[in-house]
Design a protein around this ligand. Structure first.
Ligand SMILES: C[S@@+](CC[C@H](N)C(=O)[O-])C[C@H]1O[C@@H](n2cnc3c(N)ncnc32)[C@H](O)[C@@H]1O
Length: 218
């Protein structure tokens, strides 16, 4: 990874993604996390201050070190132990059925093989565990989606591997998870190309816990 990927992109990402609208969305989603949690694509640790104190332990994976000083400062705010592995989500180093909850925010856009990563998420989730996701992806509007397709090659360069046009819900189902809750919306302060959101909760398909109540507050 060159100078841009190591120094400029992480700072830009951290600046943009620590904004108020991002923060509100993180808070609302993470309210539903608890127990033993795994976060894939930790980045600069922007979710860390927002986990509720019913989290007992957090494991996190990200293959790239992102602004270690800021990550360390955010890590200090957490009242639970945190273990960070510099690994890809496609090959998780955890036993089957380890976690009560797996979290992914703005990460499935970038993981090179998202379906393999999601298969791993399914494997490491306990049978009654929950996968919480908050991701941008392909727009429901044909005109916007066509522009996402056109501009995707450029985005992959300036966004260090980020794709604009992934159908996040399809990737999740393809990996054998069952979506229990899905909200599609447009972020107010993000250009339409990058602000088409998929927020939801999914469970391992074999799970018998047919939860009827919402898994998080939107
Ligand atoms: C746009 S950032 C989002 C960071 C963080 N999730 C957040 O919400 O602020 C995407 C993250 O995905 C990470 N990533 C890229 N490839 C990955 C992989 N194979 N497995 C796990 N994380 C990956 C990147 O290093 C980066 O930290």
């Amino acid at each position: 990874m060159g100078l841009y990927g190591r120094h400029i992109f992480p700072r830009l990402m951290d600046l943009v993604m620590s904004g108020a609208e991002f923060r509100q969305l993180r808070v609302a989603l993470l309210h539903a996390a608890g127990g033993q949690v795994l976060e894939i694509g930790l980045g600069t640790g922007l979710n860390l201050p927002h986990y509720p104190n019913i989290v007992s332990r957090l494991c996190a994976v990200d293959p790239f070190p992102m602004l270690p000083d800021r990550l360390a400062a955010r890590r200090e705010t957490a009242p639970f132990p945190i273990e960070i592995s510099r690994l890809s989500a496609e090959t998780l180093p955890f036993d089957d059925q380890t976690f009560d909850c797996v979290v992914s925010t703005w990460t499935l856009c970038t993981i090179p093989d998202p379906v393999q990563a999601l298969r791993e998420v399914r494997r490491v989730l306990k049978p009654d565990g929950t996968f919480l996701f908050l991701e941008h992806g392909r727009s429901e509007e044909a005109r916007i989606a066509a522009w996402q397709d056109r501009l995707n090659p450029l985005q992959r360069v300036i966004g260090c591997g980020c794709n604009l046009n992934r159908k996040i819900d399809q990737l999740i189902e393809q990996a054998g998870l069952t979506i229990r809750q899905l909200d599609r919306f447009q972020m107010r302060n993000v250009p339409r190309l990058g602000g088409a959101m998929y927020r939801g909760a999914a469970v391992p398909a074999a799970s018998s816990s047919l939860r009827q109540r919402p898994l998080y507050e939107g």
